[in-house]
Design a protein around this ligand. Structure first.
Ligand SMILES: *[C@@H]1O[C@H](CO)[C@@H](O)[C@H](O)[C@H]1NC(C)=O
Ligand SMILES: *[C@@H]1O[C@H](CO)[C@@H](O)[C@H](O)[C@H]1NC(C)=O
Ligand SMILES: *[C@@H]1O[C@H](CO)[C@@H](O)[C@H](O)[C@H]1NC(C)=O
Length: 362
């Protein structure tokens, strides 16, 4: 017969691994420098917005093929600015849009309502959408992006590409170059020779970076607890990529419809330094649902050499030159990068000086 102390010891020993397994769920997350960000009421507001966007688009089935028709007289690019500070480069973007046909684009801004920012003078930037607070390296950035996508989907059925940008992004080409590259050029995207035939674009892909071989991937995957992403997302399905992308309308809708992956990615991380959900959610979702519909590279050039604290290299005024712009454009994946980040706000003057002669000269 087993003695009581022995049974006690045995059960304690047996419960240790179990405790270890469930520990991440029952222990409170480490204190972080921001509160657990997404409240039930914020979540409900978002779900209502997303449902409206889904309902309005339930009859249309945005396809891989774009059609110019009487119902869809123009194909537009929705420029989505996600910011938590002034839009420092809006005068440069103003010039970018100055020569564009107004029927070919829309601009939407999600600005953190807790920041007292100066609205750009240009009326182009006056579509500030209902926004909520955002925190770096947190699921609030995913929510803000989905809010921008849903609002742009609802606002104009002609929005067919959705380009996510930040206040630190600058254009590397003229509007017409960007427009032609996305909608018309049969040679712009080097990733898919079958996307065009006889010089005509047939397929439209999302330009979103999707990588599976990053050294930090495992740490990021388990950042919410060893099994927290299962069973919806196995480690083999987990991806990383640039936070800034250009999506087709079909994919914008796919992102707004998602509930399954969002339930996982909104779980707070234990460690801030291994979190960055916004760099994982979109690449993982799109790679799982329509990998072939994505180019797997981004159109926004970032310099990750000498990265500090998860921030990419930030260019200063003395570095801004025609040569820098030409260097930033160079891509192995497409004919050119279209946007670049990051620049300090005081780069505006030197950038404006070379805008006409270099940046917008294609
Ligand atoms: C916001 O900025 C303006 C202009 O700088 C200032 O007058 C105002 O008091 C600020 N408001 C808050 C809430 O900080
Ligand atoms: C990238 O940043 C490094 C500094 O970390 C700099 O030396 C290099 O010139 C930059 N590359 C480009 C293409 O600007
Ligand atoms: C293009 O690929 C080559 C070979 O992998 C690499 O050395 C080069 O740095 C890449 N260029 C750019 C602009 O990424």
């Amino acid at each position: 017969m087993l003695s009581t102390p022995f049974v006690l010891t045995l059960s304690l020993l047996l419960s240790l691994p179990i405790l270890f397994l469930v520990a991440p769920r029952i222990l409170p997350p480490h204190p972080t420098n921001h509160p657990i960000p997404i409240s039930a009421s914020d979540e409900l507001d978002d779900i209502n917005l997303f449902n409206r966007a889904i309902a309005q688009n339930s009859n249309s089935n945005p396809s891989k093929f774009f059609h110019l028709s009487s119902k869809n007289p123009s194909l537009k690019i929705a420029f989505l600015f996600l910011t938590n500070s002034d839009l420092h480069f809006s005068p440069l973007w103003d010039l970018f849009f100055q020569n564009a046909n107004n029927n070919l684009f829309n601009i939407y801004v999600h600005a953190d309502p807790y920041v007292n920012l100066t609205r750009p003078l240009s009326p182009l930037f006056h579509k500030f959408i209902p926004a909520k607070r955002t925190f770096r390296a947190s699921p609030t950035l995913i929510s803000a992006t989905r809010r921008l996508l849903a609002t742009a989907l609802l606002d104009d059925p002609a929005n067919n590409y959705f380009a996510l940008l930040s206040q630190h992004c600058v254009p590397l080409h003229s509007f017409s170059y960007v427009y032609r590259s996305l909608f018309i050029s049969p040679t712009f995207d080097s990733s898919d020779p079958d996307s065009s035939r006889f010089g005509v674009r047939l397929r439209y892909k999302s330009f979103v970076e999707i990588l599976s071989d990053s050294p930090k991937l495992w740490k990021r995957y388990v950042a919410r607890g060893r099994f927290s992403m299962m069973p919806e997302i196995s480690f083999e399905q987990f991806r990383v990529g640039s936070q800034f992308f250009t999506l087709t309308r079909r994919h914008a809708l796919l992102v707004v419809k998602d509930r399954t992956l969002w339930r996982k990615f909104k779980i707070p991380c234990y460690r801030d330094d291994e979190c960055y959900p916004e760099e994982h959610y979109f690449p993982t979702l799109l790679s799982m649902r329509d990998s072939d519909g994505c180019t797997k590279y981004t159109l926004t050039k970032v310099n990750w050499t000498g990265t500090v604290n998860g921030h990419p290299y930030t260019y200063r005024p003395a570095e801004v030159s025609p040569e820098l712009i030409l260097r930033l454009r160079q891509s192995n994946h497409s004919e050119s990068y279209l946007f670049a980040r990051k620049f300090t706000p005081d780069c505006l003057e030197p950038l404006l000086r070379i805008a006409k002669s270099v940046i917008f000269k294609d």
